[in-house]
Design a protein around this ligand. Structure first.
Ligand code: GAP
Length: 441
């Protein structure tokens, strides 16, 4: 399978099985936007829940916020985004199409119509809109380009309300918007994206230690969501390529089918943001260490994880095809923890009420472990398995006449079928429940 073929297959599976759809599809779509469908949204929530557990809830030094997307435009002036959040753009004089200049092989010729390209200019990637009825410059607001802005502006609120001691951090999951010149590669480069970000506030002398700690947490998270460690590569970002606020950045790159590309970032933002917001807002954003009497501007370590790129890494690395001779079995080898459906229960035959009754009972029993236990009695059993394989359901459970006691020694046992191997075993419902509980822990 070629890599472009693999992307086509994943895009098609996502649409066919209700994971991800093109945004505004019935109107021909809108570039750089996608909608998560019924299974996609649950997969995304499972990933986000794990992130919240690992980055916020299991720690005593972490707090959450959910800040407004629309913020006072002074936030983005202070953060440097109004002046510096731009990509180099070249416009074709003939077809008027616009391209990212740093992605072009020939800086003078249009890659599509071969017309002449104009001069390169900086294109600010923030989406602009207007707050209220006025549409003049005084009403301009921006859709946030990173969730971090809403964290820095709440630094003082968290200190004043909860009085945390340094080091501490603030975590947030939310949408961010970037008017990318060339959105592409499915959900890799979007105009509307979602981020899971932490701003971790530290004494300046602690930055290297904190950087290493968060680096480890990011790898643990990758493992928890089932990303193969050998597909993740760290890249030390050179001075010239770092964002304007960063003193050190490591990109976590992933081997996507279209190449090794940035998945997540870990940055040392120094005191850039708090100092800039203090200067511009005239509100003091310092920390007083009551033990030593030292007052200073905390420095910041920022693990920043794009949700959509995470989902794409999960889907592309979990996609499998088994050659079964006559046909091909497709399945997603998702980690059970993040799989949208944990198990499917079905009666062997549809038109036997006694089987359905028992199967419903078994399902209710398993739902005590996790609610996402699906029911399927459509078509033959093989087809039901294939449907679940494609959405990454780790277990399928079938209830037959032996479950009802046709063979007395098998009464109350069921068939448990494993997604990755197709292997089946005969177990009691209690044992099946135990298997599911262990797998999703
Ligand atoms: N607050 C820091 C920040 O926003 P970034 O490297 O620009 O840093 C962080 O973005 C992460 O957000 C990236 O590593 C990536 O996962 C995700 N991301 C950035 N731009 C994206 C886009 N256009 N589409 C999808 N995800 C994107």
């Amino acid at each position: 399978m070629t890599d472009s073929n693999l992307m086509e297959k994943i895009v098609s599976l996502c649409k066919r099985r209700g994971f991800i759809f093109p945004g505004s599809e019935i109107y021909g779509g809108l570039a750089g936007t996608f909608d998560y469908g019924p299974y996609g949204v649950v997969l995304k929530e499972n990933v986000e829940r794990l992130w919240l557990q690992m980055f916020r809830d299991s720690r005593d030094d972490m707090y959450g916020v959910d800040a407004a997307i629309l913020m006072n435009p002074k936030v983005w002036e202070a953060s440097g985004h109004v002046a510096g959040f731009s990509d180099p753009l070249a416009e074709c004089k003939k077809c008027k199409k616009r391209f990212r200049a740093d992605h072009l092989d020939d800086a003078k010729k249009c890659p599509e119509c071969k017309g002449a390209l104009g001069d390169v200019r900086q294109f600010n990637m923030m989406f602009k809109t207007h707050a209220g009825a006025m549409e003049d410059d005084s009403a301009t607001v921006y859709l946030r380009p990173e969730t971090a802005g809403g964290i820095f502006t709440n630094f003082k609120n968290v200190i004043d309300s909860l009085h945390p001691k340094l080091p501490f951090g603030i975590a947030q999951i939310g949408k961010a918007f970037r008017n990318e010149i060339a959105p592409r590669d499915f959900i890799f480069r979007l105009r509307e994206l979602e981020q899971m970000e932490v701003e971790y506030f530290i004494h300046p002398s602690e930055w290297e230690h904190a950087f290493e700690e968060w680096r480890k947490v990011m790898h643990f998270f990758a493992e928890a969501i089932g990303l193969p460690q050998n597909m993740i590569h760290e890249l030390e970002v050179e001075d010239k390529d770092r964002a304007h606020y960063s003193k050190r950045t490591i990109d976590f790159e992933f081997e996507y089918p279209f190449g090794r590309k940035e998945l997540w970032g870990l940055a040392y933002r120094g005191d850039f943001d708090l100092s800039a917001h203090e200067t511009n807002s005239k509100v003091e954003l310092k920390y007083l260490d009551e033990a030593t009497g030292e007052k200073f501007t905390p420095h910041v370590i920022e693990p920043s994880l794009g949700v959509d790129r995470t989902i794409l890494a999960i889907l592309t690395s979990a996609y499998r095809e088994d050659d079964m001779g006559a046909d091909v079995r497709t399945y997603l080898a998702l980690a059970p923890k993040i799989a949208p459906v944990k198990a499917m229960v079905s009666p062997l035959l549809k038109n036997k009420p006694e089987l359905a009754l028992k199967a419903r009972e078994v399902r209710a029993e398993l739902q005590k472990i996790h609610p996402a236990i699906a029911w399927d009695d459509n078509g033959n059993i093989g087809k039901r398995y294939r449907r679940q394989d494609e959405i990454g359901t780790p277990f399928c459970i079938t209830i037959d006449f032996d479950t009802l006691g046709e063979k007395p020694e098998l009464k109350d046992t069921v068939t448990l079928r494993h997604r990755d191997t197709g292997e089946q075993e005969r177990l009691t419902v209690a044992k099946v429940a135990e298997r599911i509980r262990t797998a999703i822990q």
